[in-house]
Design a protein around this ligand. Structure first.
Ligand code: C2O
Ligand code: CU
Ligand code: CU
Length: 452
């Protein structure tokens, strides 16, 4: 009886706690070209059952009957594809779309340095050549703290890298929302929200509080995470298991490493493989545990974010292959160094100001550099909290001497520390760099890189 009920639900496409994301429909039959139709609009979703919240969300206009969702529909494509996104803004405000982590040509970067914001009712076409496999994401770059928080964000999965034997390849969008008891998004922004980045009171995976997956003990799964929250840090732990990291922001790393806990700061992505231990019928949960990012944020204790039901059994995986061939960016004592000092001024708690080299965006001096040059950026965090630092248009390597070698576009800089990164200026144009706590970025902690 119960089995029949479950099948019936699945058959009519009813919502179950499953966490599979909708994928944007490719409306162009030509191979190697992916053409999608995307709309941003006001919509309603139920974070709390029976209590709809008004959100701003993306909808796949290429799929008849599709509704706007949070997260939005995933762009799922192949390395080497050319993607054309026909976008229409049906929001009451101007917006843009930024393709976080994708190395796209400057006119498609979707910031206010590379285009005029798209007014309500207007259209804009983005063109993306997919040159890196991995997990990325898209979101507006106008009033990011407000627009992303209201629901405008979605993942991008680019396949076609080294084949890894896995029973499942899952994408998990980590987020939180600040809800009233009515289920609506809170409209109050307090001083703490501005200082820390808004932390919600409801934690979501793929838009759900009750994300559940079924997995088979003895198998390996590939899990890809993106932290789309404005301010929350996720510190992932799967009790009884280690997480084996195989990839970062810019795709697979050179060699995998195992960790009991994985910190995912806002804007960052990580790919892991997990070999599921346990018995048929066991229920385990992926948790986020406290991470001290400064300003004495209290420890809420572990929060279960994905429930895992161990069903059926599966076959043991093939050994992991060699992952990626990545050369370290060549640096030496003569490589030019450039320092970026992050500061916060909270003398007015209602209007804190966050700066890079004592300048607050948009009143900043562009950093002017020549294409193909390599420099070391020393990101000095002179504040009492962590800041996740993000660069548009090109990936960088962390040069802290710790393995592995891999590509990042967003990196957490712990409070009162300096992190060196090596950057090769691979793309001409006007690019942004900023803290990915969006309240900070929108209150000054953003800079302008001009690559000529
Ligand atoms: Cu996720 Cu400037 O962006
Ligand atoms: Cu970005
Ligand atoms: Cu910050």
């Amino acid at each position: 009886m119960r089995a029949a009920f479950v099948i019936a639900l699945a058959a009519c496409g009813e919502t179950t706690p499953e966490v599979v994301l909708d994928v944007l429909v490719d409306t162009n039959p030509a191979p190697g070209i992916v053409e999608v139709q995307l709309v941003a609009e006001v919509a309603h979703v139920e974070y709390l059952p029976g209590k709809p919240a008004e959100v701003w969300a993306f909808r796949d206009a290429g799929r008849t009957g599709a509704k706007a969702t949070v997260p939005g529909p995933m762009l799922d494509a192949q390395l080497g594809d050319r993607v054309i996104v026909h976008f229409r803004n049906d929001l009451p405000v101007a917006t843009t779309i930024h393709w976080h982590g994708l190395r796209v040509a400057n006119p498609s970067d979707g910031t206010t340095l590379s285009q005029r914001p798209i007014a309500p009712g207007e259209r804009f076409d983005y063109e993306l050549e997919l040159v890196d496999a991995g997990l990325y994401w898209y979101h507006p770059h106008v009033d990011g703290d407000v627009q992303v928080e209201r629901g405008l964000h979605a993942p991008i999965r680019i396949t076609g890298d080294r084949a890894i034997d896995a029973a499942a390849d899952r994408v998990f969008v980590l987020d939180d929302v600040k809800l009233e008891s009515t289920g609506k998004l809170s409209t109050t922004t307090d001083a703490l929200d501005l200082m820390l980045g808004r932390q919600g009171n409801v934690v979501l995976v793929n838009g759900r509080r009750d994300a559940t997956i079924e997995a088979a003990p003895g198998t390996r799964e590939r899990w890809r995470f993106v932290n789309a929250a404005n301010g929350r840090y996720f510190n992932l732990e799967l009790p009884g298991h280690e997480l084996r990291v195989i990839g970062w922001d810019g795709g697979l790393v050179r060699e995998s490493y195992a960790t009991p806990r994985l910190l995912v700061a806002p804007g960052e992505r990580y790919e892991v493989v997990v070999e599921l231990a346990g018995e048929l019928g066991d229920r385990i949960a992926l948790q986020t545990v406290h991470y001290d990012r400064g300003h004495e944020i209290p420890d809420p204790g572990p929060i279960d974010i994905v429930k895992i039901e161990l069903v059926a059994s599966g076959t043991a995986p093939e050994p992991l292959p060699a992952l990626a061939t990545i050369e370290p960016i060549a640096i030496d004592a003569a490589t030019p160094r450039r320092r970026f000092v992050l500061r916060e001024d909270d003398s007015d708690p209602q209007a804190p100001v966050f700066t890079i080299n004592d300048e607050a965006f948009p009143s900043v001096t562009p950093v002017d550099v020549a294409i193909d040059n390599v420099e070391i950026w020393e990101i000095e965090n002179a504040t009492e909290m962590d800041h996740p630092f993000h660069l548009h248009g090109m990936s960088f390597q962390i040069v802290d001497g710790k393995p592995p070698i891999g590509w990042k576009d967003t990196v957490n800089v712990p409070r009162e520390t300096t992190l060196p990164i090596a950057v090769r200026y691979t793309a001409a144009g006007e690019w942004m760099f900023h803290c990915h706590i969006l309240e900070h970025a929108e209150r000054g902690m953003m800079g302008h890189l001009h690559v000529r």
